[in-house]
Design a protein around this ligand. Structure first.
Ligand SMILES: [Zn+2]
Length: 291
């Protein structure tokens, strides 16, 4: 499968101005650079927060959950002196995804922000736009065909939206979700945000390769996402569900749980398993859970 990729952004390592900090950083990075990519599906209540740390220590956060709970979760996985995050990706404009990202913008220096240009009005989105402006980060518009090269054989490719959403107003923010494929050599993780069956069908009817080892289940396990056909197209070995305990939405739906079980897919859920860590060397992977 060939997609007409084009580069939309580069990630640059932070140049440490202070020699002392540099000495600490190089020692620390040398110690932790074991060649493993780590992905944390964080237990932040009812919402999504996926934190990716590359072998060289680059950090990418896909959504931030509904509150500042994400701050302690990511800081405990970063060197204490590190106040930079390489990339923030806001899958869509709902509070359970961007509220935590706003607290991250308050706390950290963010180098790149990936977003769409969809129009959606809410008090939170106004604040999000103000914070983005104040951050002065490099803004990357996500649309299918674009990708980010993170070095070390790691890429993040955008699979949805199909084209720019500039000038459009959102009717259903879930279906504006940025869908990304994280790839490290032969290992692939699909993040679908809260995209529903309509988006799943659109991606399946294009020639996008959706196959992945790990699927971040769409919309917290809602029955309107994760169709049986979509599961066949992705064919993951493991699925993760980001969901709050006793949430009022009834997520995850028992229907989705049955679909996973019927397809022999092992699944983890943040309400029961806590933080879910996936570690890969680019070929194999293993899953650890905090509960
Ligand atoms: Zn959500």
């Amino acid at each position: 499968m060939v997609v007409d990729y084009k580069k939309v952004g580069f990630i640059h390592l932070t140049i440490f101005a202070c020699l002392l900090v540099f000495a600490i950083a190089t020692t620390s990075l040398a110690r932790v650079n074991d060649g493993f990519l780590k992905i944390y599906f964080l237990d932040v209540g009812q919402g999504d927060a996926g934190f990716i740390v590359t072998p060289a220590g680059r950090q990418i956060l896909i959504d931030g959950g509904p509150s500042d709970a994400v701050l302690s979760k990511i800081s405990s996985r970063m060197p204490f002196y590190d106040k930079d995050i390489d990339v923030l990706i806001a899958s869509h404009k709902h509070s359970d995804h961007i509220a935590g990202l706003m607290s991250v913008l308050d706390r950290y220096d963010v180098n790149n922000i990936v977003d769409t240009k969809i129009g959606y009005s809410s008090s939170e989105v106004s604040k999000w736009n103000q914070l983005k402006l104040a951050e002065g980060a490099n803004e990357i518009e996500a649309k299918a065909g674009g990708y980010m090269d993170l070095g070390e054989g790691i890429t993040i490719t955008f699979l949805h939206p199909e084209d720019t959403l500039e000038g459009k107003t959102s009717k259903n923010p879930n279906d504006d979700s940025i869908v990304t494929m994280l790839q490290y050599e032969n290992f692939r993780v699909l993040f679908v945000g809260d995209a529903g069956a309509k988006v799943e069908n659109a991606m399946m009817s294009s020639d996008i390769d959706l196959s992945a080892d790990v699927l971040k289940v769409g919309h917290h396990g809602s029955a309107t996402s994760t169709s049986t056909k979509f599961l066949s197209a992705v064919s993951p070995e493991v699925a993760t569900i980001e969901v709050g305990a006793k949430n009022t939405f009834g997520h995850p739906s028992p229907i989705v749980i049955s679909r996973l079980e019927n397809n022999g897919i092992k699944y983890y859920r943040t309400d029961a398993d806590g933080d879910i860590e996936v570690v890969s060397d680019g070929n194999f992977f293993k899953v650890n859970k905090s509960k």
